[in-house]
Design a binder for this molecule. Structure first.
Ligand SMILES: [Mg+2]
Length: 278
């Protein structure tokens, strides 16, 4: 896999829900061996999720992670302070050097209102829900729901109308739409792939030959998987994989979620000699 690139280093991007975190329990216990291996080898682990910055900050703390991270489907790329001098296009926000690829939330909500008028009574956005309403809908705790509502670049919403008409309306507004489990999500032209490209470029300034790995389980992870040397698709509960298969050299984990994550990353570490970028 990267035997010819020994000493060049590894850079790992990971999705959270259903990938590093168990689909039902949100536990990453099953991935601890590989997490420790990466940490001991000083391999950067970049969390890349549709979650908000505030939600990811909680997981970074639990994981003891200080590497850059990507929130809201590539809407924002947050670096650590060590990147302050190298990230020329970054601005400072919430204490981080940040590169913003998404549309600022207030602007996005202004356009969301146009959609609300068009699909009167059929759309209900996160911005319109109380914290308790969101907690009730998602099963998140009150505090977790508050963090999920703390949005900067994307607006998830419930929709009960004609999906084709919704797609057309979003396209007319020059915005993009993704669909998760039960929520649709409105956003600009940000995706995980663009964000991964930016982070990779920053690391390769000092380690030009490092091998990039990305691991995810869903449709919105595919742009990220397409950007890296070693793309890994994690199995879902029930044994299925995301259906898209046009990614060359895609590895599929036999194990589900963090179990598959652990096995795949241990194997990759072994084949790449555990070497971290300098
Ligand atoms: Mg996922």
């Amino acid at each position: 896999m990267c035997a010819h690139l020994k000493k060049a280093g590894l850079l790992v991007f990971t999705d959270l829900d259903g990938t590093l975190l168990d689909h039902d329990t949100y536990s990453f216990d099953a991935a601890k061996d590989a997490l420790n291996r990466l940490r001991n080898a000083h391999v950067p682990l970049v969390l890349c999720s549709s979650k908000t910055r505030a939600e990811i900050e909680v997981w970074r703390k639990k994981l003891g992670n200080r590497d850059p991270f990507i929130c809201e489907n590539g809407g924002g790329v947050f670096f650590s302070d060590s990147f302050s001098s190298t990230c020329k296009d970054c601005r400072k926000k919430n204490g981080y050097p940040v590169m913003e690829l998404g549309i600022p939330y207030p602007d996005l909500l202004a356009t969301f209102k146009t959609l609300k008028k068009r699909f009167r009574g059929e759309i209900w956005g996160f911005s319109e829900m109380t914290v308790d309403e969101l907690a009730g809908l998602t099963g998140l705790s009150h505090d977790e729901a508050a963090l999920a509502k703390d949005r900067e670049y994307t607006e998830p919403f419930l929709f009960h109308g004609n999906e084709k008409e919704l797609e057309n309306a979003v396209q007319d507004l020059k915005l993009n739409l993704t669909r998760g489990g039960r929520f649709f999500c409105l956003m600009g032209d940000n995706d995980k792939g663009r964000a991964v490209r930016i982070v990779t470029r920053m690391y390769r300034e000092s380690a030009p030959y490092l091998t990039t790995v990305a691991i995810g389980d869903s449709h919105n992870d595919l742009p990220m998987l397409k950007e890296v040397d070693v793309p890994v698709l994690v199995r879902r509960p029930g044994g299925l994989y995301e259906r898209e298969t046009d990614i060359p050299n895609l590895l599929r984990t036999p194990g589900v979620g963090p179990v598959g994550w652990n096995a795949a990353l241990l194997k990759i570490c072994e084949q790449c000699g555990y070497i971290a970028p300098t």
